[in-house]
Ligand binder design. Structure first.
Ligand SMILES: Nc1nc2c(c(=O)[nH]1)N[C@H]1C(S)=C(S)[C@@H](COP(=O)(O)O)O[C@H]1N2
Ligand SMILES: [Mo]
Length: 317
């Protein structure tokens, strides 16, 4: 966990983002029962509290946030997918604490004029941080609303001056089985890899995330730096990034490599294209009873549909 100390004059991010504002009464009351239904391990995995994480200084509110109720800190930090720490939803909360996230460097290279390294601490102090409250929709048909703290990916990538040959951006997670016990088993071909087309990477909704609820990012959510692409299924949003490479060819991606008939490169949230083993028409919002309709591009169609004009989204899924 990165420790930062707030100057006495800084605005308190916790005043921008009090958790209670995001939780309506109904969900607070239904919360305990719904968590039990979701099959969460009681206690154990949920030991960390919001107050255990250092507040981030100078976090600006973003007009790109949704006004839906956010999920609780506990829901967001105990119901995770992070296969480097195990395949069960409660494994990341149990085992990711051992990951050393400071110091942390990201190698940036490939088709760019100024390859180099990006330190996670420097990334946080040298950019305006923004709170982006986004929906996150997993291909397993659950969703959450999460108050991330991040930086537009475009702002960061431009520093490295991508060349005209840069058509895609590839991302890699740390590969270190001594720290990531899930990597001792070959459930995926490690390291975890993801990629975006350049226009997707440069879209203003795409962010590098460094915090949650105004504070340092918990390890189980991908500390110290992870990607969030809110109109795509959760698996595109790669965690604990150590490498970013500009490429001319479409890069290989972990889920597409492991099951190409189930997971395409684009992975746009699309209620009209079923996963081969289950429907994508509806989703369960963690903490709610029943299901809600899944929205095209996870509700971000107005902002991103034009990126895919002319593509057959049933083939390029
Ligand atoms: N490195 C890495 N990144 C990952 C994953 C993973 O297993 N490893 N899981 C993905 C999946 S399937 C989802 S749904 C989201 C979950 O993010 P969250 O746990 O912060 O909600 O992370 C994505 N990023
Ligand atoms: Mo997922």
């Amino acid at each position: 966990m990165l420790l930062r100390f707030r100057a006495p004059t800084d605005p308190r991010p916790s005043e921008i983002t009090p958790e209670s504002v995001y939780l309506d009464r109904r969900r607070l009351m239904a919360g305990a029962g719904a968590l039990a239904l979701a099959g969460l391990a009681p206690g154990g995995a949920s030991a960390a509290k919001r107050e255990d994480y250092a507040p981030l200084a100078d976090v600006a509110a973003s007009p790109l946030s949704t006004d839906e109720d956010a999920n609780s800190f506990e829901e967001i930090t105990t119901y995770n997918n992070f296969y480097e720490f195990g395949t069960q939803k409660e494994d990341p909360a149990r085992y990711a604490g051992q990951l050393k996230t400071s110091p942390w460097e990201i190698e940036v290279g490939g088709e760019c004029a100024k390859p180099g390294t990006l330190g996670a601490a420097e990334l946080i102090t040298s950019h305006q941080l923004e709170e982006r409250i986004y929906r996150l929709r997993c291909v397993e048909a659950w969703s959450m609303v999460i108050p991330w703290v991040g930086i537009p990916l475009a702002t960061v990538l431009k520093r490295f001056e991508p060349t005209g040959n840069a058509k895609y951006v590839a991302f890699e997670t740390l590969h270190d089985p001594t720290q990531m016990p899930g990597q001792r088993r070959s459930v995926l071909d490690w390291p975890y890899r993801e990629g975006l087309r350049m226009d997707e990477a440069m879209h203003p909704l795409t962010i590098l995330v460094v915090g949650l609820y105004g504070r340092d990012l918990p390890n189980q959510n991908g500390a110290p730096v992870r990607l969030i692409v809110p109109w795509k299924y959760g698996f595109k949003s790669i965690k604990s990034i150590v490498r970013i490479t500009f490429t001319e060819a479409q890069p290989p991606t972990s889920w597409n490599m492991s099951a190409p008939w189930e997971y395409g490169f684009y992975a746009n949230v699309n209620p009209n294209v079923d996963h081969p083993r289950w429907s994508q028409a509806r989703e369960r919002r963690i903490g709610e009873w029943g299901r809600r309709e899944t929205l095209m591009f996870n509700g971000y169609a107005d902002q991103v549909a034009s990126l895919y004009a002319g593509m057959d989204l049933t083939k390029q899924y």
